[in-house]
Design a protein around this ligand. Structure first.
Ligand code: S3P
Length: 171
């Protein structure tokens, strides 16, 4: 196990609501790695919440912070990093992600929608039709997520522990 990882960072990518944070928090102690979440780091750097950053400075400013935070994580090894769902959009981010092993948590859009219904922390979902918005984001991003080293297909009945075990068996 972990022949692929070899002490590198592990980056979890995938849509909002795909469980990156939960799975990263399960994996970090199992691997004896440290856990980070790019969204939380961005909030610390900005001194603002994600919705505040989007509202006051816009998505482009958020993406700049995201790239900055990700680039700084490259200085470290043995991290499990839960990334924001849009981290794959910026080509430069891929050069940073390549400092580790990238795992895509591929969750059906219906399940994402269920998990995110009522969520107020994701500015991109503030849309009259959040399901259509999720589908369109996934359409735009699918080919980028599929550039991950490993794709873990998540079924509705999988528990977080089963998903984490699935990730471990692939890296
Ligand atoms: C975003 C996902 C969010 C957060 C921001 C933008 C996206 O992170 O970075 O709201 O573009 O998909 P999660 O994937 O952790 O929800």
């Amino acid at each position: 196990m972990n022949q692929f990882l070899k002490g590198c960072n592990l980056y979890l990518i995938g849509m909002m609501g795909s469980g990156k944070t939960t799975i990263a928090q399960i994996l970090a102690p199992q691997l004896e790695y440290r856990y980070f979440d790019t969204d939380r780091l961005i909030e610390q750097v900005a001194g603002q919440s994600i919705p505040e950053i989007f509202a006051e400075s816009g998505e482009a400013a958020f993406r700049e912070l995201e790239t900055k935070v990700l680039s700084e994580l490259c200085a470290y090894t043995r991290l499990v990093v839960a990334t924001g769902g849009g981290i794959i959009l910026n080509r430069q981010n891929w050069s940073y992600l390549q400092h580790g092993v990238v795992v895509w948590l591929d969750v059906p859009v219906e399940q994402l929608y269920q998990r995110l219904s009522g969520d107020t922390t994701r500015p991109l979902l503030r849309d009259p039709d959040p399901m259509a918005k999720l589908r369109s984001l996934l359409d735009q991003r699918q080919s980028l997520y599929s550039q991950a080293d490993v794709r873990v297909i998540v079924s509705p009945e999988d528990t977080p522990e089963q998903i984490a075990t699935g990730v471990l068996s692939e890296i």
